[in-house]
Design a binder for this molecule. Structure first.
Ligand SMILES: Nc1ncnc2c1ncn2[C@@H]1O[C@H](COP(=O)(O)OP(=O)(O)O)[C@@H](O)[C@H]1O
Ligand SMILES: Cc1cn([C@H]2C[C@H](O)[C@@H](COP(=O)(O)OP(=O)(O)O)O2)c(=O)[nH]c1=O
Length: 221
């Protein structure tokens, strides 16, 4: 069924282990419960290229990995995201542009190069940046086990957390509505509620008040 209006693209980014997947699942439930058609997705995507990236992120780095993740994004948009948005379905993506601006920066890729690779992508209607005290993040990664080279590096959570705080300003400078939530202090259900409150039911755009939507600023670096 289509609704005759465009869906919204909501993206959720933050350090590995911060709570993205948990928050996305809670948000999708909340939106669906109030009658929205919602599609949950993730980057790297489920495509052949996305799966290749997940399996090989330890063997590719720098500009090579940047090109792979952004190629996957362009394909993801064309084949999975945009068609749903055009059918009125809200799409929630676990990782998107902000992840590239942070993870690839930590891999040594210049920011302007990353922005150029992303030229023309569909910008999020709402970008959610989850952040947390780096010690909490490290403890969660230790509890579940590191899954890729980025979260095997001990100082990675602190560096990643600091860079996500910077990316908030970059996204806002690009005109993207951003809300920031601290998963060290707020449970996923509460954060999902706050995000859902920024996505008015039945409207084609979101207009969060960044200050009232903010649950916590990013932790100090
Ligand atoms: N808001 C939260 N507060 C406390 N713990 C959380 C929160 N969100 C997620 N978690 C826990 O943190 C761990 C990592 O969550 P996950 O959603 O897999 O993170 P990510 O997708 O960012 O890697 C899980 O054990 C999850 O239960
Ligand atoms: C979306 C994206 C992912 N990646 C990489 C980082 C990870 O190796 C992998 C995403 O894995 P993911 O399972 O999302 O990590 P985590 O559970 O730790 O949050 O893809 C990038 O390097 N750049 C990107 O823009």
């Amino acid at each position: 069924m289509t609704t005759g209006r465009r869906g919204r693209l909501i993206t959720v980014d933050g350090p590995g282990g911060v709570g993205k997947s948990t928050t996305v699942a809670a948000l999708v439930h909340k939106l669906a419960d109030r009658g929205e058609q919602v599609h949950a997705t993730a980057e790297p995507s489920r495509s052949t290229l996305g799966q290749f990236i997940r399996e090989n992120a330890d063997d590719y780095s720098g500009a090579a990995l940047a090109c792979l993740v952004v190629a996957d994004r362009h394909h993801h948009l064309a084949h999975e995201v945009i068609p749903r948005l055009e059918s009125g379905i809200t799409v929630v993506s676990d990782r998107y542009l902000a992840s590239t601006l942070v993870v690839q920066a930590l891999d040594g890729v210049p920011q302007q190069y990353l922005l150029d690779l992303n030229a023309g992508i569909r910008m999020p209607d709402l970008a959610v940046i989850l952040n947390a005290d780096p010690h909490s993040i490290a403890a969660r990664i230790a509890a579940r086990g590191a899954t890729h080279r980025f979260n095997r590096t001990p100082d990675f959570p602190a560096r990643e957390s600091a860079l996500y705080a910077e990316v908030v300003a970059i996204l806002r400078g690009m005109g993207v509505p951003v809300i920031v939530a601290d998963t060290s202090t707020a449970p996923a259900g509460v954060i999902a509620e706050q995000i859902a409150a920024c996505v008015p039911a039945g409207l084609g755009s979101v207009a969060p008040d960044p200050e009232s939507a903010r649950t916590q600023g990013a932790p100090p670096s």
